[in-house]
Design a protein. Structure first.
Lengths: 482, 220
């Protein structure tokens, strides 16, 4: 059994790495799009195999109940986004916004990103995880700046500087964790491995852990997009190619969140250290309310949904900060639902921007008439993201709010306030875009609707009926998170 | 002998903090690059001393990277870049030098207050090194927020990163230090290439980030 697992978890890192090299030397963009889809599909299949084989650890990679959730989710969205990306890139080549050299680079970077994210999720030690997050940051920076317009360069630069400062702080925290563990676990590799860290955590120097967690929270929190370190996020989403916006919102934010959660578990295991919850609750609420207000003044459709991502990461951080089986369950479910919904929204937004030739909300009207399929799926996506029943996000938000009411009623007030604020803003902006007299299209778009429908139907399914398997699995993970 | 070893390590780390202060008030780009070179040389000496003290040969690799990459290649390419871009003129400092220095002193005090009690149990060498390292990191952050020029922001970031390498080298027997310093070097190389490839000069006429802000005018 263990031999299988070695192969499986290694394959999750190796397939994208090999594909990245192959794509870097493949000049024909249509063929490279096919390779991209195949590689992402294969990675997803291997991630599914992880569900069947017995989790055992060894070497530099390890698998447990927590990271399987993240790996399956991220490889699935990586796969659907690669399908979407093929039609998106086709259009960009035809309109001359990207050259085939750009696209070759883009595809190689896409697979490098997948490789780095899987490595970050599966890494068995805190040092390797840090390196993987750094590589993921670098590849996304390069993709955000790919259009070479002043706006794109500005966005990439800002993302680069803020992201670098974030991971620098995270590294300082990582070093401090090692220093806290070293007197107990001895010098060397053991003091960086998750498994030994978790088992010996009660004996670590609590003051050291406290300082370390502050740095880790600020560092990885920057990558999660929590206020006030969120400034890079809207620009990076708005100026990069739309598949990358979908991957950023759907996956990369989750990877950073995974890092925060792991360290939170470490601190929870040490009774003398601060409880990490309140810090996460504060940052989460700040992000939620700040983003909800910012939603009202957005003039750019991708920026609008980027702020919505900040809002939802705030809710998720809040739920995990509350802790306990119910709130953790809500956080996990919300993270899954948000990833699926937000990437679906970006899929439709990307094609809408291509059809209308603009990202300005004011210039987009009457989508349901001029582009019925895209328009209605945008409406469906927004209905899901603002949390209307019977869709999945309603479920998770309801759970988050009710568990907060049960334990800290006062905290539920700002939470509900932020949710309602964001609800109003998104509804206002979307009705303007979806209905009314349509604005003219500038070009034909061969939209690939399949990934979009797949995501939305999963979100609907989760809202109507959650398979009991999934529920018990998530409950296990929620208990693990403490 | 033991005490002397520790004193030398502290002297080198303290010299790094002082050099960080010099970066804070230097307002000419070429001067900044010179001081950064000094910063990198001291870092390399400091890491080499740690390698000797801890008897950890892999740290010599990190010291070598610091010496060759950070003290030679980076300053050389930065100098080429500012020549090409023609920005030898004065760097504008946002906020007064006096206030910036005072904040800097406050940050050093803060890092000592935070780190020394937290690391009371660690061995004396690692203990004060990590406090110095935090001071260097915070001073680097301070430099990044007080400067508006892309090149000086990068120098601020690189000094911050030197603080991290110092911390990693000071943590007794920490594995992956070499890998991490290589990963960071790649990051920095990307940043430096980035300034050049992004051709901020070509697109914005200078490397002043106010210009980047101006580009955003009217966008929300």
């Amino acid at each position: 059994m263990s031999a299988d697992l070695f192969m499986v978890s290694n394959a999750l890192v190796a397939i994208p790495a090999i594909a990245a090299v192959a794509l870097a030397v493949e000049p024909a963009y249509r063929r490279s799009a096919v390779i991209n889809v195949c590689a992402s599909g294969a990675t997803f299949l291997f991630a599914l195999v992880l569900l069947i084989v017995e989790p055992e650890n060894g070497g530099y990679l390890f698998v447990d109940d927590l990271n399987i959730v993240f790996v399956v989710l991220s490889t699935f969205i990586g796969f659907t986004t690669s399908v979407y990306s093929a039609s998106y890139i086709d259009h960009e080549i035809e309109t001359g916004r990207l050259t085939s050299t750009n696209v070759r680079f883009y595809h190689a970077m896409y697979q490098s990103l997948m490789c780095a994210m899987n490595l970050a999720l599966l890494a068995s030690n805190i040092g390797l995880m840090w390196v993987a997050v750094e590589v993921a940051t670098l590849t996304t920076v390069l993709m955000v700046g790919i259009y070479r317009t002043p706006h794109a360069l500005e966005a990439a630069w800002k993302y680069f500087i803020l992201g670098s400062v974030g991971i620098a702080l995270a590294l300082f925290g990582t070093i401090l964790i090692y220093m806290a563990a070293e007197p107990v676990l001895g010098q060397g590799y053991d003091a960086m491995v998750w498994k030994t860290l978790m088992s010996q955590a009660p004996q670590f120097n609590p003051r050291m852990l406290n300082v370390a967690f502050v740095f880790l929270m600020l560092g990885y929190g920057t990558k999660v997009g929590l206020a006030p370190m969120h400034a890079w996020l809207p620009d990076a989403h708005a100026e990069g190619p739309t598949p990358i916006s979908a991957v950023l919102s759907g996956l990369l934010l989750n990877v950073a969140l995974y890092a925060v959660l792991r360290f939170k578990m470490l601190l929870t295991a040490n009774a003398a250290a601060i409880t990490p919850g309140p810090l996460m609750i504060a940052l989460g609420l700040a992000s939620l309310i700040m983003a909800a207000f910012m939603l009202y003044r957005r003039g750019d459709i991708k920026r609008l949904f980027a702020y919505s991502s900040i809002e939802h990461m705030g809710i998720i951080a809040f739920a995990f900060g509350m802790g306990g089986p119910l709130a953790n369950f809500a956080g996990l479910l919300h993270m899954t639902m948000h990833s699926l919904t937000k990437s679906a929204i970006f899929f439709s937004v990307g094609h809408i921007a291509q059809a209308k030739g603009t990202q300005r909300i004011a210039d987009i009207r009457g989508l349901t008439q001029s582009q019925p399929a895209l328009g209605w799926s945008l409406v469906a996506g927004v209905v899901a993201i603002i949390g209307l029943p019977p869709l999945g996000i309603f479920m998770s938000e309801f759970l988050a709010v009710s568990s907060t009411f049960a334990r800290q009623p006062l905290l539920a007030i700002p939470l509900v306030f932020g949710l309602l604020l964001a609800f109003g803003a998104l509804l206002l902006r979307t009705t303007g875009m979806a209905f009314g007299a349509p604005t003219p299209d500038v070009g034909e778009v061969k939209a690939s609707m399949l990934p979009l429908y797949a995501h939305l139907s999963l979100v609907l399914l989760a809202g109507v009926y959650l398979p009991s398997h999934l529920v018990t699995w998530f409950q296990n993970v929620a208990r693990l998170l403490g | 002998m033991e005490l002397l070893t520790i004193d030398i390590a502290h002297m080198l780390a303290g010299a790094l903090v002082l050099t960080s202060f010099m970066l804070l008030y230097q307002d000419r780009l070429s001067g900044l690059i010179n001081i950064y070179t000094l910063h990198a040389v001291i870092l390399s000496l400091s890491v080499a001393w740690q390698a000797y003290y801890q008897d950890a040969p892999h740290l010599y690799v990190t010291a070598g990277i610091a010496a060759i990459f950070k003290a030679l290649i980076i300053p050389y390419s930065l100098r080429r870049i500012i020549e090409r871009l023609g920005v030898h003129r004065t760097v504008e400092v946002v906020g007064g030098v006096g206030i910036t220095m005072l904040i800097g002193i406050f940050l050093v005090a803060l890092s000592l207050v935070v780190m020394l009690p937290a690391t009371a149990a660690a061995d004396p060498l690692a203990r004060e090194d990590i406090a110095f390292a935090l001071a260097i990191v915070l001073l680097g952050l301070l430099m990044m927020v007080t400067r508006r020029n892309a090149v000086s922001q990068i120098i601020g970031f690189m000094s911050l990163e030197n603080g991290l390498v110092l911390a990693a080298a000071g943590a007794n027997g920490m594995p992956l230090v070499v890998e991490i310093s290589v990963a960071f070097s790649i990051l920095i190389a990307f940043i430096v290439i980035g300034i050049f490839l992004f051709r901020i000069r070509e697109r914005f006429d200078n490397v002043d980030l106010f210009e980047l802000d101006r580009v955003r005018g009217g966008r929300s």
